[in-house]
Structure formats: C-alpha cells, structure tokens
Ligand binder design. Structure first.
Ligand SMILES: Cc1cc2nc3c(=O)[nH]c(=O)nc-3n(C[C@H](O)[C@H](O)[C@H](O)COP(=O)(O)OP(=O)(O)OC[C@H]3O[C@@H](n4cnc5c(N)ncnc54)[C@H](O)[C@@H]3O)c2cc1C
Length: 122
C-alpha cells in the first residue's frame, strides 16, 4: 500500500515523510509514542533549522503557535560574555525555542496535510 514506511515521527521522520509525500510518494509514518508528547531533548532551533522550516512553508506556522523569534543571544561564562546575532541562513536571522510538543506536532500536521498516513502508538 505504501512506497515508504517511515519509523519515528519527530524532527527527522515527520520531515522526510512530508518531503516524500510532497513529491508524490505514498507514505506511512509510524511512532510508538503518543502525540503530542515530549522527548528527551531541549529545544533550541538555530538559524539553519529555522531556514529549513521557512523553505517548507512552516516557519510562520511555528510563530502562529506562540513560538517567538530570538533575534540575539548571550552566552555568559562568567569571565567571558559573548553576545550578538547569529549569522543569517537563507535570509532567516532568528533562532527559535519551541517545545517539542509544539515542533513535533507541527511537523506531523504538515506530513498529514501532504497526504501522509500517520499512526502513533504504533
Ligand atoms: C538532552 C538532549 C538535549 C538536546 N537539545 C537539543 C537542542 O537544544 N537543539 C537541537 O537541535 N537538538 C537537541 N538535541 C538533539 C535532538 O534532540 C535530536 O537531534 C533530535 O531529536 C533527533 O530527531 P529524530 O527525529 O531523529 O529522533 P527523535 O526525536 O529521537 O525521535 C525518534 C522517534 O522515533 C520513535 N521510534 C524509535 N524507534 C521506534 C520503533 N521501533 N517503532 C516506532 N517508533 C520508534 C521514537 O518513539 C521517537 O518518537 C538534544 C538531545 C538530547 C538528548
């Protein structure tokens, strides 16, 4: 029934499933976890990741789900403080810090929208 079955539906799996479905493949996406859910990870997206989301048409959606841009960073090591902006990637100069419940759900929603059949708890 499927051209591809993707196992794991978070950053990697949901993204690749979306890209394959957008190219016309029949894709199933499975994850043993229930969604939405957290995973063992913090959640900092550098400009590279934000640029990926922008190129897939998903960065505005991330912001509309309450994730605000982070235009500047400060790393405070006590005796040394580094502060500034991260170099832009493909015109995207902001970082983001979405909870994985937000980011992973957004990616799964995009996959389903692209025609992927999604099965969690699987
Ligand atoms: C403590 C920690 C902090 C981190 N902080 C950051 C950060 O701030 N910024 C950043 O960019 N990266 C961070 N990372 C790295 C980031 O979490 C990973 O690179 C990213 O989650 C990998 O995404 P993934 O989709 O490949 O895998 P995962 O997010 O691990 O998802 C894999 C999914 O596959 C499912 N799965 C696995 N095997 C099966 C199976 N047999 N059947 C069904 N489902 C299955 C799991 O349930 C899971 O949902 C951190 C990682 C850790 C551990």
């Amino acid at each position: 029934m499927y051209d591809v079955v993707v196992v794991g539906a978070r950053c990697a799996g949901a993204s690749v499933a979306t890209l394959l479905a957008r190219r016309g493949h029949r894709v199933a996406l499975v994850d043993r976890a229930a969604f939405p859910s957290d995973t063992i990870s913090s959640h900092f997206l550098w400009t590279q990741g934000a640029a990926r989301l922008a190129s897939w048409g998903l960065l505005d959606r991330l912001q509309s789900r309450g994730c605000n841009p982070i235009p500047a960073l400060t790393f405070d090591f006590g005796s040394v403080v580094l502060a500034g902006r991260v170099p832009a990637v493909l015109g995207v100069s902001d970082c983001f810090c979405p909870r994985r419940t937000v980011l992973d759900t957004l990616l799964v929603d995009a996959a389903v929208e692209a025609g992927v059949e999604f099965f969690d708890r699987t």
